[in-house]
Design a binder for this molecule. Structure first.
Ligand code: NDP
Length: 322
C-alpha cells in the first residue's frame, strides 16, 4: 500500500511516500480501507519530534473509511461498515488498523470526508463548550482563531448554546468565514487590540471564558480579557508554547482559573465518546452543524498540507483524501 512514513523527525520534508505491506489487524482491531484522513496540529508536533515517538512511523491519527477485515475478537462491527476513528496512529496511508474501542459508525447522511473532518475537532469543540466551561445562554465568550478547524465548530456550538461569540482572525477572508459561522463580532487581532475590543464589547466587565488555541502570542492578553474568577481555556499552542508563568498573576488579574484541557481526558470512557460523537455526527447529518473542509490534499502532498496548516494558510479542516 502507499503510505507516508517518517524515518527521522524534522520539517515537513521528512514525510516520505513509500510502499508498505498492508497491516494485519491485531486482537480487537479492524482493518480499514481509508477514504479520508484528518491533518491535525498534533501530527506536526509528532513529525517535529516534540513528543517521544518510535521511528519509523506512519503519521496521522484520524480517519474515515470502510472495514475490510476483522482481527481476532473484534466485535460490534462487520466488513463493509463505514467507520471513523481518532487516536490510533497510521492514517496517512491507504489502509490502517484501529481498535473497535475507538471506532464510530458514520451515519448514512454523512460522507467519509465529513466524518474525517469533524471527528477530532468536533469532539474538541463539544467538550470545550459543554464541560471545560459549560456555556450559558446570554454569556459572551471569546474564541481565538475563529476561522480555524476548531474555531468554526466551537463558534457554531457556542451559538447553539445561546452565547454571544467574539472571535479573532488574521485576515478579512477569515473574518467573513467566522461571521458565516455565527460570530457576533470578529476582531482582526493583527491590526487591533482584542483586549480593548473585548472591554468595549463587555462594557469593561470582561468575559467568563476565553478559548485560546493560539498560545504564546495571545495568552497574556487573553488573561486580561477575563472578568474576576473567569476561566482561561488554553487548549492549543498554534503560535508556540506559553512560557513559564508566575501563578501570582492569576490573583492580581482577578482570582482567575487556567486549564490546559486535552481531548483524551474528555472521552475517557466508551460511553462518553459515543455520547459526544452522537451529538456531533447527529448535528452534521441533520445539517445543524456545518463542517468546512478548507483544503484536501493527495497523500503525496502531505508535506504541503503541513506547511499550509502551520503557515496559517488554511481555514476549517485540512484533509488527505485517498
Ligand atoms: P486551526 O485551523 O485553528 O489553525 C491554527 C490557526 O491558529 C491558524 O489558522 C491561525 O489563524 C492561528 N494562528 C495564530 N498564530 C499562529 C501561528 N504563529 N502559527 C500558526 N497558526 C497561528 O487549527 P486546529 O483547529 O486544527 O487546531 C487549533 C489548535 O487547537 C492547535 O493548536 C491544536 O493543537 C489544538 N487542539 C487541541 C485539542 C485539545 O484537545 N486540546 C484538540 C484539537 C486541537 P489566524 O490566521 O486567523 O490567526
Amino acid at each position: 500500500m502507499r503510505a507516508i512514513q517518517i524515518k527521522k523527525t524534522g520539517g515537513p520534508e521528512v514525510m516520505e511516500l513509500v510502499e508498505l505491506p498492508v497491516p494485519k489487524p491485531g486482537s480487537g482491531q479492524v482493518l480499514v480501507k481509508i477514504e479520508a484522513a484528518g491533518v491535525n496540529f498534533i501530527d506536526t508536533y509528532l513529525r517535529e519530534g516534540r513528543y517521544p515517538v518510535e521511528l519509523p512511523f506512519v503519521p496521522g491519527q484520524e480517519a474515515a473509511g470502510t472495514v475490510i477485515a476483522l482481527g481476532q475478537g473484534a466485535s460490534g462491527f462487520k466488513v463493509g461498515d463505514r467507520v471513523a476513528w481518532n487516536g490510533t496512529r497510521g492514517t496517512y496511508a491507504e489502509f490502517a488498523c484501529a481498535p473497535t474501542s475507538e471506532l464510530l459508525r458514520i451515519p448514512d447522511a454523512m460522507s467519509f470526508e465529513q466524518a474525517a473532518a469533524v471527528l477530532l475537532q468536533g469532539l474538541t469543540a463539544h467538550y470545550l463548550a459543554h464541560d471545560t466551561h459549560a456555556i450559558q445562554a446570554g454569556e459572551t465568550v471569546l474564541i481565538h482563531a475563529g476561522a480555524g478547524g476548531v474555531g468554526l465548530l466551537l463558534t457554531q456550538i457556542a451559538k447553539r448554546l445561546g452565547a454571544r461569540v467574539l472571535t479573532t482572525v488574521s485576515t478579512e477572508q477569515k473574518a467573513e468565514l467566522s461571521c458565516g459561522a455565527g460570530a457576533d463580532k470578529v476582531i482582526l487581532y493583527m491590526i487591533e487590540s482584542f483586549v480593548e475590543e473585548v472591554k468595549r464589547q463587555t462594557d469593561g466587565d470582561g468575559l467568563p471564558v476565553v478559548y485560546d488555541s493560539v498560545g504564546k502570542t495571545t495568552f497574556e492578553d487573553s488573561l486580561k480579557c477575563l472578568r474576576p474568577r473567569g476561566l482561561m481555556a488554553l487548549f492549543g499552542a498554534s503560535s508556540g508554547a506559553v512560557p513559564p508563568f508566575d501563578l501570582i498573576r492569576l490573583s492580581t488579574l482577578g482570582s482567575l482559573y487556567v486549564t490546559r484541557p486535552t481531548l483524551k481526558d474528555y472521552v475517557r470512557t466508551r460511553s462518553e465518546l459515543e455520547r459526544r460523537a452522537a451529538d456531533v455526527f447527529g448535528w452534521v447529518a441533520s445539517g445543524e452543524l456545518h463542517v468546512r473542509i478548507g483544503a484536501s490534499y493527495k497523500l503525496d502532498e502531505a508535506a504541503k498540507a503541513h506547511r499550509d496548516l502551520t503557515g496559517r494558510k488554511t481555514t476549517g479542516k485540512v484533509l488527505l483524501t485517498l
